[in-house]
Ligand binder design. Structure first.
Ligand code: KMH
Ligand code: ZN
Length: 441
């Protein structure tokens, strides 16, 4: 049996990739015209699977089945093929793996000299597959550190004091819907709610779909962003008449707003509000959050009883939030939002989430809000790692490539369905209040 820490370590290995590159020789050619048969590529996939299993389980394991195999382009003697395998899922004994083989150098068939060859600037995918291997329980050994191919074997240098917290998949997921945003326009998506009535309707639809928290920006009648306390009061009232969600106004506002303006919605005494924990390049703009301003906002939030959601766009912002707690400017339990994929700030990557979650205190909660096409994979990763998730038009307007989401509710519904598929329930607002400790500070 694996220990709990062992299981955690295994989960972290999802997404691990290994690679092989080799030249197909004359002995690999099986058919007329020096054509290499597909079975040769499957042998490469088998070797890659074996490497993954050894890294994961300390055992070569057994290949059980392919569920998909596509041979997409011919391979000839003389071609250099690079094959990769990525660990997709880990069951009790099963390990699902995705494979891909690409031709990176090809013999220049038809050239004047038979030894001519070309480097392909755009490698050609020659085969793709998904398969499952098994390693019987009794053969599974202690999880290994992952060694990158090509690097000398040995323990990877670990950062000091990094303790990987256990993954708890028994807890409910708090889904936050960011339904308006400050930068989005109707020309980008017609589904953006702008008026108080539209925003309240969308909040109710998101609640229905599984959201417990509404992250809120508001707009003037002409669609421009505003931090006016009157407008926030109007919209928050409209939302309250339609649903019981926790309403979390933004104190980030739009890029360039002075801090006093940004603090506008705090006059409405919200249960929660965002507290942005540092400055970043925000696309081509700069989103300024000076250390004195962060502290000033924290003080104002405390004065009105609003629990801060700590927006962290960089690793250093987590440290800043911890400093605020150490100074007593904010009180535990802390709730972090890792905002990933803003151009100019930390990218939306698995290793980023895996690392950032190690930085938060054990009694803290954390969530991921990822931008654009990363929203779905990163929020699903967060849920798989025991965290919470934010979706919605503010961060991503697409359901899939080129297909607009018809509001934030469909994005919430998809996240809720994923949560249930891994055995976690979307928290209702009451449950979310208790998980976040709202009102307890
Ligand atoms: N509009 C961004 C510049 C927040 O809501 O607290 C800031 C933002 C963060 O949206
Ligand atoms: Zn926002």
């Amino acid at each position: 049996m694996r220990s709990r820490a062992g299981v955690v370590c295994l989960v972290r290995m999802i997404g691990t990739k290994v690679a092989l590159r080799l030249r197909m020789g004359a002995h690999d050619a099986h058919y007329a015209g020096d054509l290499v048969d597909g079975a040769r590529l499957l042998a490469l996939f088998g070797d890659l699977a074996t490497e993954l299993l050894i890294r994961l389980d300390g055992d070569e394991g057994l290949f059980r089945a392919y569920e998909v195999i596509d041979f997409l382009a011919p391979v000839f003697a003389g071609d250099f093929v690079e094959a990769t395998a990525e660990l997709l899922e880990i069951g009790n004994t099963s390990r699902k793996i995705r494979f891909e083989a690409r031709k990176v150098i090809t013999s220049a068939r038809g050239a004047r000299t038979p030894s001519a060859a070309d480097v392909l600037s755009d490698p050609i995918v020659v085969a793709r597959a998904i398969g499952t291997c098994v390693v019987p329980r009794e053969l599974q050994r202690k999880p290994r550190e992952l060694y990158m191919p090509g690097l000398p074997a040995g323990p990877a240098p670990a950062a000091p004091d990094v303790v990987t917290p256990p993954v708890d998949l028994t807890g409910d997921v708090i889904l936050t819907a960011a339904i308006v945003g400050a930068e989005l326009t109707r020309s980008q998506t017609p589904y953006l709610p702008l008026t108080p009535a539209e925003i309240a309707d969308e909040a109710a639809r998101c609640r229905e779909a599984g959201a417990a928290v509404i992250h809120l920006h508001v707009r003037e009648d002409d669609g421009s962003n505003t931090q006016s306390s009157d407008r926030f009061a109007e919209v928050m009232d409209a939302i309250r008449r339609k649903c019981d969600c926790i309403v979390q106004p933004s104190t980030g506002g739009a890029v360039g707003m002075p801090i006093d303006v940004r603090a506008g919605p705090l006059a409405c005494k919200p249960e929660m509000a965002t507290l942005n924990c540092g400055s970043i390049n925000f696309g081509d703009d700069v989103f300024v959050n000076s250390r004195p301003d962060i502290r000033a906002l924290a003080t104002r939030m405390r004065a009105v009883g609003a629990t801060p959601e700590l927006e962290c766009y960089e690793v250093g912002h987590v440290e800043e939030a911890l400093a605020l707690a150490a100074e007593g400017a904010i009180s535990p339990p802390l709730h972090f939002q890792f905002v990933l994929g803003v151009k100019g700030a930390i990218p939306a990557r698995e290793d980023v989430v895996a690392y950032m979650r190690t930085l938060v205190p054990p009694d803290a909660t954390w969530a991921v809000a990822a931008v654009g096409r990363w929203q779905q994979p990163m929020t699903e990763l967060a849920m798989r790692l025991g965290g919470h998730a934010r979706v919605g038009l503010e961060d991503n307007i697409f359901m899939s490539k080129g297909v607009l989401a018809e509001g934030s509710a469909p994005l919430v519904a998809r996240a809720a369905e994923f949560a249930r598929s891994i055995g976690r329930e979307p928290a209702d607002p009451g449950r979310a209040r208790s998980i976040l400790g709202l009102g307890a500070r």
